[in-house]
Design a protein around this ligand. Structure first.
Ligand SMILES: Cc1cc2nc3c(=O)[nH]c(=O)nc-3n(C[C@H](O)[C@H](O)[C@H](O)COP(=O)(O)OP(=O)(O)OC[C@H]3O[C@@H](n4cnc5c(N)ncnc54)[C@H](O)[C@@H]3O)c2cc1C
Ligand SMILES: *[C@@H]1O[C@H](CO)[C@@H](O)[C@H](O)[C@H]1NC(C)=O
Ligand SMILES: *[C@@H]1O[C@H](CO)[C@@H](O)[C@H](O)[C@H]1NC(C)=O
Ligand SMILES: *[C@@H]1O[C@H](CO)[C@@H](O)[C@H](O)[C@H]1NC(C)=O
Ligand SMILES: *[C@@H]1O[C@H](CO)[C@@H](O)[C@H](O)[C@H]1NC(C)=O
Ligand SMILES: *[C@@H]1O[C@H](CO)[C@@H](O)[C@H](O)[C@H]1NC(C)=O
Ligand SMILES: *[C@@H]1O[C@H](CO)[C@@H](O)[C@H](O)[C@H]1NC(C)=O
Ligand SMILES: *[C@@H]1O[C@H](CO)[C@@H](O)[C@H](O)[C@H]1NC(C)=O
Ligand SMILES: *[C@@H]1O[C@H](CO)[C@@H](O)[C@H](O)[C@H]1NC(C)=O
Length: 613
């Protein structure tokens, strides 16, 4: 994930639509197109609630028909399920998506920040945090999510990393999820992957699935320096999607020939016109409907174009509404913690810990490295010209990712993304990340000579929650990732920062005059970069990493989990959750790869249940 980005959005640009980025090399056209999007994002007012989605102009409820399967949400998980289930000609499938269609703008990976701050994002914030987000307005970080066809995969940074083998061992051994060992899930990753780079171990990768994963064509300028620096401290090149994952690599991206590959482009567009698949956009699901007989879902209620609809399901309802909204829908439907539902006067259908295990990776802003080398120094117009030649920085500014293991554990615990060439528009980063005015001046050390460092913690101990503000879907959910809530996480992050600082002692870093700096805030006194100073300062710049998981955690025990190992909500025969909210704890790696795999797995569970496998 990469945040010091330049670029774009618009809602009136369908008029400008051309077939693809690759097919149009008119630089003037793209300069105007990108600038129009940038301006639109800068002017966008983030709505404080879902009023636009729930506005009903006609009081009558419309019957949308009956389907075998209703899937809610078209992110990586939901798109795979819709595509795989509609392979069965006898089944008819409805896919409901709250967002709109994707555009050429979304094909640009570096559009991520601008898409997040537009109608393509949900505009969520965390609740006020105590130990993190202190530099953000009201101590609330952004908690971004995609509201568009393809979900997060249409507007994220495109980084492709699977969880590590040992993560899956924990899913089985710690949480009791039979069927999810690494050996059992690997074929599902291989089924959708089309790896377009030379892997270190072919046995770990798929080469003929729909989702292309490759490197950006432009060679990272920092490779040799980083290679040398990491070698000096004992790390080497690794295929972070292979068997040996501690070390560093170029950044594998869902990307081909200057264009994003998403759940929409890889899974939905190719089957869009299947006669047994109906895809309904701008359709906001507010409730799952149940029969009087407990344990049976009969359909869903949704609002589209000012009209309330009911769609009926003959076989199953599958919630793939993503890390926050699948929990929100369950709670609105009466499936959740009894106390919480009763306090909001929502009739309880099932008492389950929905929202209770919620987690996210931790990402730290404000850390960078000054050097005496000019990496990229281009005007916007020059950057667009370079983009047409498939050159950084508009393709992606990420240079390299390092996974390190400070704690001698089997799996890496931290990730460092090194970016140079962040021609980043500071004022926009502030809107994207929600920095309060007071801290804006110090929030990015952004220049042609700086290197951006984004530091993430993969396995925080802190857990938070997702709750409802009211029983009305007009309210956004209350999202509390509890970042750095546990003292152990605070100590570990400080140790990771100190480790990065010590890299300035390597001869490789010295040769470019590298000096790590961490943005100062007036509230933290004492020696800059001392342990106490770091512990104080990190609370200002730590944020959730937008890799949220676990609100509907999968497990055997209904007291502490929401779905069983076949993704059925405990106690229900035909209601599943299939998205990143079922992941029991934040994984090593990023989350979109796991989301696609969960979709493949869910589709096969369903096919198996109905004798189609
Ligand atoms: C800014 C950003 C950058 C990221 N960068 C990376 C990265 O580089 N690499 C990586 O691996 N991961 C990244 N992620 C995370 C990744 O995108 C998500 O983990 C992934 O998209 C989750 O997939 P999902 O299918 O669980 O849900 P989502 O992708 O969130 O999809 C859920 C879908 O359901 C729809 N929906 C929600 N509620 C309703 C409703 N009530 N009715 C109808 N439809 C609804 C949503 O609009 C959305 O389309 C990033 C995320 C963000 C926000
Ligand atoms: C390139 O795009 C610009 C702006 O859209 C347009 O005015 C111009 O005619 C285009 N040039 C060509 C050769 O198509
Ligand atoms: C989230 O924070 C932004 C920036 O402070 C603000 O504009 C927006 O209204 C907030 N949204 C909610 C739901 O609190
Ligand atoms: C679906 O069919 C319509 C009408 O034939 C066509 O215009 C459209 O391009 C098709 N869409 C896709 C994604 O194939
Ligand atoms: C970047 O380019 C501008 C304009 O050419 C120049 O004034 C500036 O000194 C350059 N900065 C660096 C760090 O090279
Ligand atoms: C690091 O190791 C200590 C001691 O074994 C352990 O308590 C702690 O949980 C570990 N921290 C992380 C982040 O893995
Ligand atoms: C590296 O950073 C540490 C901590 O700030 C400092 O003590 C040391 O002098 C620095 N080393 C170099 C070579 O800059
Ligand atoms: C950067 O600084 C290092 C160490 O002082 C020096 O060896 C190197 O020549 C400098 N590089 C440039 C481009 O000035
Ligand atoms: C910004 O950083 C400087 C030191 O570089 C510090 O003196 C100042 O207090 C900081 N200002 C704010 C508002 O954080």
């Amino acid at each position: 994930m990469k945040f010091y980005i330049l670029v774009i959005l618009i809602h009136y640009f369908n008029i400008l639509q051309v077939s693809s980025l690759a097919e149009n090399n008119n630089v003037t056209y793209w300069i105007e197109y990108f600038k129009a999007h940038m301006n639109a994002a800068a002017e966008y007012v983030i709505p404080s609630d879902n009023a636009d989605l729930v506005k009903v102009t006609n009081p009558e409820i419309s019957d949308y028909g009956t389907f075998d399967f209703i899937i809610v949400g078209s992110g990586p998980s939901g798109s795979v399920i819709a595509s795989r289930l509609s392979e069965i000609a006898d089944w008819n499938v409805l896919l409901l998506e709250a967002g709109d269609i994707d555009t050429n703008f979304n094909l640009l990976l570096t559009s991520s920040a601008y898409a997040a701050v537009s109608n393509s994002g949900w505009g969520y914030n965390t609740t006020s945090q105590k130990n993190a987000c202190l530099a953000m307005y009201n101590q609330q970080c952004a908690q971004h999510a995609g509201k568009i066809i393809g979900g997060g995969s249409t507007m994220n940074s495109g980084v492709y990393y699977r969880p590590h083998e040992s993560d899956f061992d924990r899913w089985v051994n710690v949480y009791g999820n039979e069927g999810w060992s690494f050996e059992e899930v690997l074929p599902y990753f291989k089924k959708f992957e089309n790896i377009n780079y030379e892997p270190t171990d072919e046995g770990y990768h798929g080469f003929d699935g729909p989702l292309t994963i490759g490197f950006d064509a432009d060679t990272p300028i920092l490779t040799q320096t980083l290679l040398d620096a990491y070698n000096e401290i004992g790390y080497s090149y690794a295929d972070n999607n292979g068997p040996t994952i501690t070390g560093f690599s170029r950044v594998p991206l869902t990307y081909i020939s200057n264009e994003r590959v998403s759940a929409s482009t890889a899974f939905l567009k190719p089957v869009w016109n299947r006669s047994n698949l109906k895809i309904s956009l701008n359709s906001f699901v507010t409730k799952v409907l149940f029969s009087d007989k407990s344990g049976t879902a009969t359909g869903v209620e949704f609002i589209k174009n000012g009209i309330k609809h009911v769609a009926k399901a003959r076989k199953e309802v599958i919630l793939s509404a993503g890390p926050y909204n699948s929990a929100q829908i369950l709670l609105l439907s009466g499936v959740g913690p009894q106390d919480h539902l009763e306090s909001l006067d929502i009739p309880v259908i099932a008492d389950l810990p929905v929202g209770q295990n919620f987690q996210d990776h931790i990402i730290l802003f404000g850390l960078s490295i000054s050097t005496n080398v000019t990496w990229f120094n281009y005007t916007f117009e020059q950057a667009v010209e370079r983009f047409m030649q498939h050159l950084k920085p508009l393709t992606t500014t990420s240079q390299i990712i390092a996974w390190s293991n400070l704690n001698q554990s089997e799996t890496p615990e931290i990730e460092v993304i090194i970016s140079a060439g962040s021609s980043g528009d500071c004022s926009f980063s502030h809107k994207f990340l929600r920095f309060a005015d007071k801290y804006v001046a110090n929030s990015t050390g952004n220049s042609a000579t700086n290197i951006g460092v984004s530091l993430s913690i993969f396995h925080p101990k802190s857990r938070g929650s997702i709750k409802l503000k009211s029983s009305n879907p007009i309210d956004k959910p209350l999202i509390d990732p509890n970042i750095l809530g546990e003292a152990e996480d605070r100590e570990f992050l400080a140790t990771a920062i100190q480790w990065i600082v010590t890299m300035n002692e390597t001869s490789a870093w010295k040769s470019i005059g590298a000096q790590v700096y961490f943005n100062e805030v007036p509230e933290c006194k004492g020696q800059v970069l001392s342990r106490d100073w770091i512990l104080c300062t990190q609370a200002y710049w730590a944020s959730p990493g937008y890799h949220a998981t676990s609100a509907n955690s999968m497990g055997k025990n209904p007291a502490v989990s929401v779905v069983d190992p076949r993704l059925l909500v405990h106690g229900f025969g035909n209601l599943r959750v299939a998205d990143t909210s079922i992941i029991p704890e934040t994984p090593t790696g990023h989350t979109q790869a796991a989301a696609y795999m969960i979709g493949e797995r869910a589709a096969d569970f369903i096919k198996e249940s109905y004798g189609h496998l």
